[in-house]
Write a protein that binds this ligand. Structure first.
Ligand code: FMN
Length: 375
């Protein structure tokens, strides 16, 4: 993989400056962005959509409880507390089984299905799931088209890939297979499986597969930590929409600032964030004696990229395992609202700001759910 030429990929600064990112999606992150984190981050504003951790599919139809465990939002109309749609992500290599499970997700009320072709984990790849499938664009196409045929036509189907397995040579074939199989949107993590998560992300490689009249919009992902990064990623890739993973954890209000487009706006103050860290700890990270505090420590490790205070707090709780002592360090006093919006918004089609065909599908499906609830 070649290092991107610093500004040789269509990214002259004035273009980047003018670019306004139209939509931000919260990336799936297994073991990290669970329902509680989705609730918190989407409550910060700026997100059009989020995605569950992956549901691993072998060759069977999974029981409903698996879907509810990974996507408890299915019990509240498929949206987070702030009304942001949650898509259910599936990972596997068996076209018919993935299609059956996608249909189950739809029948349980999911507002969309996302397919994972990016996971680099050895255990997943060794059972032919995730990024290893990128070596064979035909199987990728077969899976996407099997799912597309099985879902109803109004159900959005999105796909997440990397640039390739060990290099980006097959990217045009992979993208072609995904688009012609009828995906509504494609997110590209601009690194190969071999690149793992090491910086940089090769945003410019995505420009090779951008077409002026894309039927399925393409979203850029990877190494976006700031408003300036989002603009650069869009300028270099030719995309106008982004997906945020670790950047969302490092700066919880980043999506809102990206949509506002002002590079000079500072991240929310640490003092405003601290009660949310305490709240997340208290509700979701303080009860399992073996793992108490682990998620909070992991989150602080991301937050320290934006906040020096996070590093200091991390070192104070690093060796603690007693929930009372950790809560004390977090200065958690209880009763914090889980979202910045003071009132819970009801699922509403008007919360969606995307203009693509896919978001029209989400709107339509939200609309029919809302009217079904009224009936
Ligand atoms: C801990 C961790 C877990 C992840 N889990 C998933 C997953 O379940 N599904 C998926 O498609 N991608 C997963 N990813 C990849 C992210 O969605 C994203 O593509 C990647 O982190 C690059 O974006 P970023 O630089 O904004 O973090 C994971 C990444 C990390 C670091």
């Amino acid at each position: 993989m070649s290092v991107p030429l610093s500004d040789a990929s269509g990214s002259n600064q004035s273009h980047a400056d003018q670019l306004k990112t139209q939509s931000v999606v919260l990336a799936p992150m297994e073991g990290v962005i669970n329902a509680s984190m989705r609730e918190f981050l989407t409550g910060m504003g700026g997100y059009d959509r989020c995605v569950t951790e992956f549901v691993r599919v072998t060759n069977v139809l999974l029981p409903e409880r698996v879907f509810y465990r990974l996507c408890p939002e299915l019990k509240q109309g498929g949206v987070t507390a702030s009304g942001v749609p949650v898509f259910v992500q599936l990972l596997g290599s068996h076209p018919a089984a993935i299609a059956d499970n996608a249909a189950r997700a739809e029948s349980l009320g999911a507002l969309g299905v996302d397919l994972n072709f990016g996971c680099p984990a050895k255990t997943v790849n060794s059972s032919m799931g995730g990024s290893i499938l990128l070596r064979d664009p035909k199987i990728v196409g077969a899976i996407v088209s099997s799912v597309r045929r099985t879902l109803s036509s109004r159900m959005p189907l999105t796909v997440k890939i990397r640039l390739g397995y060990d290099n980006a040579d097959q990217l045009p074939d992979i993208v072609d297979a995904v688009r012609s199989a009828g995906a509504d949107e494609l997110a590209i993590h601009a690194r190969t499986k071999f690149d793992g998560y090491k910086p940089p992300a090769f945003w410019h490689e995505v420009s090779n597969v951008m077409q002026p009249t894309d039927s399925s919009p393409t979203r850029i992902n990877g190494e976006i930590w700031s408003v300036a990064d989002a603009k650069k990623a869009c300028a270099q890739s030719g995309c106008s929409t982004v997906m945020l993973g670790r950047g969302a954890l490092a700066a919880p209000d980043l999506a809102r600032r990206i949509v506002a487009g002002d590079e000079t706006e500072e991240a929310m103050p640490w003092e405003s964030l601290l009660p949310f860290i305490g709240h997340q700890f208290e509700r979701y990270d303080s009860s399992n004696p073996r793992y108490v505090g682990n998620r909070t420590k992991q989150w602080l490790a991301y937050l320290k990229r934006t906040y020096p205070e996070a590093l200091e707090l991390f070192s104070r709780i690093r060796t603690l395992h007693d929930p009372v002592l950790i809560a004390k360090e977090l200065s958690y006093v209880g009763e914090v609202q889980p979202s910045t919006g003071s009132t819970k918004r009801l699922p509403s089609a008007s919360n969606l700001t995307e203009s693509s065909d896919m978001s029209r599908k989400v709107r339509a499906s939200l609309g029919s759910q809302v009217s079904a609830q009224r009936r």
